[in-house]
Each structure stands twice: as structure tokens, then as C-alpha cells.
Design a protein around this ligand. Structure first.
Ligand code: SF4
Length: 96
């Protein structure tokens, strides 16, 4: 159904005949960590996230998985190497 309060006229899965059924019956504003994200939109309560109603919760476990302004950096040193495969690769490289 369409939201009638925070983003009037926008389809929202949390809106029902009884109103907003998200916790505290409203979306929450974006937090400082969201600054720069392309999913920030204006609403009747200020800036909110267009894909998740509680931005603070998206950052509790680290980087928000919907964020467009930050990416996860994978450190190659942290990757586990299979010692058997590494040994075979090294042996194959010596033969060349
Ligand atoms: S997608 Fe994540 S980072 Fe972007 S506005 Fe929403 S909660 Fe914030």
C-alpha cells in the first residue's frame, strides 16, 4: 500500500490499513555514516533511506550492505590458502 505519512504516495511494504506497522510506526532518519549514499531521499520528516526504514540498524554490524558510497575492501593477505594447492602451483611454476 502507499505510505500516507513519511513518503506520501510511495509504495511501502510496511503500510497497512491500520497505518505504518514498522516499529514506532515511522521511518527513521539517516545517520552520519549514510552521508554520500545515493539512496538518501527527502521526506516529510527529513532525509530517510529509500530502501530501509531504520538506517542505524544497517550499520550496527559494520558496513551497510545497501550503501552506494562505500565498498567492502577485501585484504588479499587475509585469504586462506590451501597449502596442498599452493605446493602444486609452486612445483608447476618451477618446471616452467
Ligand atoms: S542504503 Fe544504507 S547507507 Fe544508504 S541511506 Fe540506506 S541505510 Fe544509509
Amino acid at each position: 500500500m502507499q505510505c500516507q505519512t513519511v513518503r506520501p504516495g510511495t509504495e511501502c511494504t510496511f503500510w497497512s490499513k491500520a497505518g505504518c506497522n514498522f516499529e514506532s510506526a515511522t521511518c527513521q532518519n539517516v545517520i552520519e555514516a549514510c552521508e554520500g549514499c545515493e539512496r538518501i531521499i527527502d521526506s516529510t520528516i527529513g532525509t530517510v533511506c529509500e530502501v530501509y526504514p531504520a538506517p542505524m540498524k544497517k550499520w550496527l554490524g559494520g558496513l551497510c550492505n545497501f550503501a552506494t558510497h562505500q565498498k567492502v575492501e577485501i585484504k588479499l593477505d587475509d585469504l586462506k590458502v590451501n597449502p596442498l594447492k599452493a605446493s602444486k602451483r609452486a612445483a608447476a611454476a618451477k618446471k616452467k
